[in-house]
Structure formats: structure tokens, C-alpha cells
Design a protein around this ligand. Structure first.
Ligand code: KG4
Ligand code: ZN
Length: 360
């Protein structure tokens, strides 16, 4: 709830999508997307099999101004009509973040409007409020190319991290699996496409399954996949399809097990009788096999499963504007000195995950 509707411009440049959006938070707490522009840089990075930070930063410089112009035109608004300008301040690739932040600050200064520095993970975490009117508390599974986390969203700005990955993010694991099987980039959709043609008959490990804490690990799974692939060389299309199906099955099992573990922890903190909801966000949430596994565990445990539509699950600026609007409605305005942050955990007090190299 807010005393009046607020309209924000959001800017997202933390990775390889250049995005600008205009979103309105209505008095009744509902959201409305007035424009949502995303310019992917896939072609620029595909040849390298991953995002090249320097290329991404330069592309954001070229693509951001036209994206903002298009978003404002589609919304039919001028900067004077805005109540604030929000941009991703982290976590992400520092060059791109600086491009987005500097642009947002310049527009805010020029138009005399509040500036809001948004945590990209918080934006993913709150997007179910924009798409499905879902209010906290709920359990969040965030699975993208850069992040794999299980979090309790307690309120805007209040998060408890239950699990993270000890090594690769899940999207990264899909991308590496695709690369070692000779498939294209980004790997997730390619692996999914091939898996449909295959049988999940190859035995692969389920790392971390059964562990008490809701953490993840995917490095061992990737290595096991590599050995199984090497043992079958030269790979036929059917071999690749079977390897993809088996990999997806292992991932789905692990995620289901880890989500189940997090549900137990979430329920301990939830008042008895409160509705239980699980939100899945991030690019990997688009995976159908994973969706089936989440559906199963959600219905088994009495949860409502919310998966925002793909365009709002993957990186976008509507979620940045929405998170900014939530912060503005609470008077959480940022000053112009706010820096870009490569790392910015949502729950800085979370105990470190087991093992070295755990990501925040
Ligand atoms: O959220 P996102 O668009 O960007 C960030 O990483 O922030 O997620 C991209 C990741 C990539 O690793 C991509 O391979 C993965 O999501 N992905 C998928 C699918 N679609 C995208 N992984 C598995 N199955 C999919 N259908
Ligand atoms: Zn993201």
C-alpha cells in the first residue's frame, strides 16, 4: 500500500542485457508495466561461449540511451512525470553497473527526482509481487547464470539466505554442460531442446542430496557428465540427447531435494496456518523439467508455486523499477554517492556455506 501511485524508470545493466522499463505502483499495492525494453547482447558474446565483461560494458554504453528513449516513448511519459529513477547497483559486472548507475544518476539530477540504487537479487526476489500480487513472506529459489540461492523473503529489505552454491551457479552448469557436448550458447535452452529427444538412462551423481543445509554444488555433476561423454566418443546425436536428459534429471532431483530441505526451515519460521508459497525466478526457472520437479514438491508440501512469465523471470528492468518503487514507497532513497558493487549479498549475516569459494 502507498498513499499515491508512483511511477519509476528502471535501468538494468548488470550482465549482458541492456534494459529500461517504466512501472507504476498503484495505491492498492498492485503493479503495472507501462514499458519493458530488453536488448540482449547474445550475438556479441556467443563466439566466446560466455559473457565478456569489457564487451558487455561497451555494448551497454551504445544500447542504453536508445532503450531508455524507447521505454519513455512507449510509456508516453517525460522525465517530469516520473517519481524516481532506479538502477541496478549490484551485484554484477562492474563496468556495466557503472554505465547504468551513472545514467540513472544523471537523469535523476537533471529532472530533480529521487534516485534509487537497487540490488539485482532483491529485484528478482520481489518480482512475484509485480506479476502475481504475491506479498511476503515466501520462499524463493533464484536460479540464473550467476546465482543459485534459496532465500526467505520476509519483507522488502529483509531476507534470510538458507542456501547457496559451493561452486557453479545452475545456469553456468547448464552452459558448461552444453559447451562440453558441443551445443550452442546460452546452454540451458540447448540442453533442454536435446533432452526432449533423449532418455535419462545414464547414471549421474546428485551432489548434496540429503544434506541438512539447503546448499547446492554442481561441479561434480559437470565432471561426471564429462567422463560419461568421453566414454561414448565419438558422440552420436542420440548420445548427446541421452546425456542432456540424464543431466536435466539429475539437476531436477537435486533442486527438488534442496527445495524440500529449505521448505522445512521456512515452515519453522512461518506462523502456523500462514499460506505457504514458493517462487522460482532466474533464467533456469524457464526449464520445463525443473518446473515439473518444483510442481511436484510444491503440491506434496501444500505450497502455491509462482513462476513469473519468462520475460520477467530473466533479467529485465521492470523488476528493477518495481523494487525501486517498493523502496521509494518506504522512503528508502539513495544518495548520488552510492557506488556500484560487484558483490552485494541480500543476507550479509548468512553463515558461510561449507567449502571454499562459496558464492554470496
Ligand atoms: O536470469 P538470466 O537470463 O541471466 C542471468 O544469468 O542473470 O539466466 C541466464 C541463464 C543461462 O545460464 C541460461 O543457460 C539459463 O539461464 N537458461 C536455462 C534455460 N533458459 C535459460 N537453463 C535451463 N533451461 C532453460 N530452458
Ligand atoms: Zn538476474
Amino acid at each position: 500500500m502507498t498513499d499515491r501511485a508512483v511511477t519509476l524508470l528502471g535501468i538494468e545493466t548488470s550482465c549482458d542485457e541492456t534494459a529500461a522499463a517504466v512501472v507504476r505502483l498503484h495505491e492498492d499495492g498492485s503493479g503495472e508495466i507501462l514499458a519493458n525494453i530488453v536488448r540482449a547482447q547474445l550475438d556479441l558474446h556467443a563466439a566466446y561461449g560466455g559473457v565478456v565483461p569489457e564487451i558487455a560494458a561497451r555494448a551497454h554504453v551504445d544500447l542504453l540511451d536508445p532503450s531508455i528513449k524507447q521505454a519513455m516513448e512507449e510509456a508516453g511519459l517525460g522525465y517530469d512525470n516520473l517519481d524516481g529513477i532506479a538502477a541496478t547497483a549490484g551485484p554484477g559486472l562492474i563496468g556495466g553497473l557503472i554505465v547504468g548507475l551513472t545514467t540513472a544518476k544523471a537523469i535523476a539530477l537533471g529532472a530533480g527526482k529521487p534516485f534509487l540504487a537497487v540490488n539485482h537479487l532483491e529485484a528478482h526476489a520481489l518480482s512475484a509481487g509485480l506479476t502475481d500480487d504475491l506479498a511476503p513472506p515466501y520462499l524463493l529459489l533464484l536460479v540464473s547464470g550467476g546465482h543459485t540461492q534459496l532465500l526467505i523473503v520476509k519483507d522488502v529489505g529483509v531476507y534470510e539466505r538458507l542456501g547457496t552454491t559451493l561452486d557453479d551457479a545452475l545456469g553456468e552448469a547448464f552452459d558448461k554442460a552444453a559447451k562440453l557436448l558441443g551445443l550452442g550458447y546460452p546452454g540451458g535452452p540447448e540442453v533442454e531442446r536435446m533432452a526432449r529427444l533423449g532418455r535419462a538412462t545414464i547414471k549421474l551423481p546428485r551432489p548434496m542430496a540429503g544434506r541438512a543445509e539447503a546448499h547446492f554444488s554442481f561441479a561434480g555433476l559437470k565432471t561426471a557428465l564429462r567422463y560419461e561423454a568421453m566414454a561414448r566418443e565419438p558422440l552420436s546425436d542420440q548420445d548427446v540427447a541421452d546425456l542432456c536428459a540424464s543431466f536435466e534429471d539429475a539437476v531436477a532431483d537435486v533442486v527438488q531435494d534442496r527445495v524440500g530441505r529449505a521448505m522445512g526451515q521456512f515452515e519453522q519460521r512461518l506462523p502456523s496456518g500462514a499460506p505457504k508459497a514458493l517462487v522460482a525466478a532466474g533464467g533456469v526457472a524457464a526449464n520445463t523439467r525443473l518446473r515439473v520437479a518444483l510442481d511436484e514438491i510444491a503440491s506434496l508440501r501444500g505450497y502455491r508455486l509462482v513462476v513469473p512469465p519468462a520475460a520477467l523471470c530473466t533479467d529485465n528492468a521492470a523488476m528493477i523499477a518495481w523494487a525501486g518503487a517498493q523502496r521509494l514507497a518506504r522512503g528508502l532513497i539513495d544518495d548520488m554517492g552510492t557506488p556500484a558493487r560487484a558483490r552485494w549479498p541480500l543476507d550479509p549475516d548468512a553463515p558461510p556455506a561449507l567449502g571454499a569459494g562459496a558464492k554470496a
